[in-house]
Write a protein that binds this ligand. Structure first.
Ligand code: KG4
Ligand code: ZN
Length: 333
């Protein structure tokens, strides 16, 4: 069974083909148009998706050695994300499924992140705990089965990736900020500044990063131009340490609460080197089975959508061609 998946929820135009668990291609076209604005401009994202959609699907088929007629199932992300961006991929996929007279599956983008580790570890067993840390989301979930998720904690304000991007802007680093902070932090001292790690009383498994971001802002504003140059790497490393500490300590609490000792860390921020190191330490300390997907499966991609669609297909799910884009789609819907 050849399953074509399309992902256009934000600023990546992506297509992937999976055949019985084997990924045949994973094509991602990132949109450079947003770089000059220091963030994603929704209208420009939709337009770029329009321009890239057909060439990306052609490239996916060509790379897989397939023609359109070989496709047995079409899947696409239908939420959450930017409405205009979602509509391009979703409408294209529905039209394609209609013309090929094949089944169609709408996939929750977050569900794609949940199952992204299964691309490289197909035998990964449920239940597992999954921390999704991306530019738009910070969710700690218990994955019990396909379509059966319990949210244990989530952010009350900024997502972890958003905090990285905003702090990078404060520190006058290039966009996207996550990779820039990760790189600079390697030259800095993470103990240099004691930034606060928020604790949330009514749900200790929730996260909050806006206070941390403001603390970095005030700290940086109080420095002279010369001190800023000198201390930038230390501030980046100290900020990164605070984020990693918040993430790791909540994973630890989730393990204690659920008794589940299998952990996946997914999403763009899972590429962070300090987080990977801290996760390895935690796994050794607590004797955990843990997975961090390869970089290409952490940031937005269609391979993870293909994987989630394949799991859903085999679980008997099908979507109607009347399915609408859902910009605010929650993980548990
Ligand atoms: O999953 P993703 O591609 O898109 C969303 O669904 O949001 O995640 C993008 C986010 C951005 O905020 C980016 O700064 C962050 O992931 N990111 C990182 C790193 N690489 C990407 N954050 C920290 N360290 C990194 N190495
Ligand atoms: Zn994502």
């Amino acid at each position: 069974m050849n399953l074509l998946a399309i992902e256009t929820s934000c600023d990546e135009t992506a297509a992937a083909v999976i055949r019985d668990g084997e990924l045949l291609c994973n094509i991602v076209a990132s949109q450079e148009v947003h770089l000059q604005y220091g963030g994603v401009v929704p209208e420009l994202a939709s337009r770029a998706h329009m321009a890239k959609m057909v060439p990306i699907v052609h490239k996916a088929l060509e790379t897989s050695g397939l023609s359109l007629q070989d496709i047995d199932v079409v899947a696409a992300t239908y939420g959450p994300g930017l409405i205009g961006s979602l509509l391009v991929g979703l409408t294209f996929a529905k039209g394609l499924a209609l013309s090929l007279k094949c089944p169609f599956l709408g996939i929750n983008h977050l569900e794609g992140h949940l199952f992204s580790a299964m691309l490289e570890h197909p035998t990964l067993e449920m239940p597992f705990l999954c921390l999704i840390v991306s530019g738009g989301h910070t969710i700690l979930a218990e994955v019990r089965g396909v379509g059966d998720y319990v949210i244990l904690g989530q952010t009350r304000d900024d997502a972890a990736g958003e905090a990285f991007d905003k702090v990078a802007k404060i520190l006058e680093l290039p966009y996207p900020g996550g990779p820039a902070i990760d790189k600079l932090a390697r030259q800095g001292n993470p103990e240099a500044v004691a930034f606060p790690v928020a604790r949330i009383k009514d749900n200790p498994l929730d996260f909050s990063f806006s206070g941390l971001k403001t603390a970095v802002l005030y700290h940086y504003q109080a420095l002279s131009e010369e001190q800023r140059e000198k201390n930038r790497a230390d501030i980046a490393a100290s900020f990164q340490k605070a984020v990693v500490q918040a993430l790791i300590s909540n994973i630890k609490k989730a393990i204690n609460r659920t008794g589940i000792r299998r952990v996946v860390v997914a999403g763009g921020v899972a590429r962070n080197s300090a987080l990977a190191a801290a996760m390895a330490d935690l796994a050794a300390e607590e004797n955990l089975e843990y997975y961090i997907p390869a970089a290409q499966f952490c940031t937005d991609n269609a391979a993870m959508i293909a994987k989630a669609a394949e799991l859903r297909y085999h679980a008997g799910y099908r979507s109607s061609l009347a399915l609408s884009a859902a910009p605010n789609l929650p993980l548990t819907s």
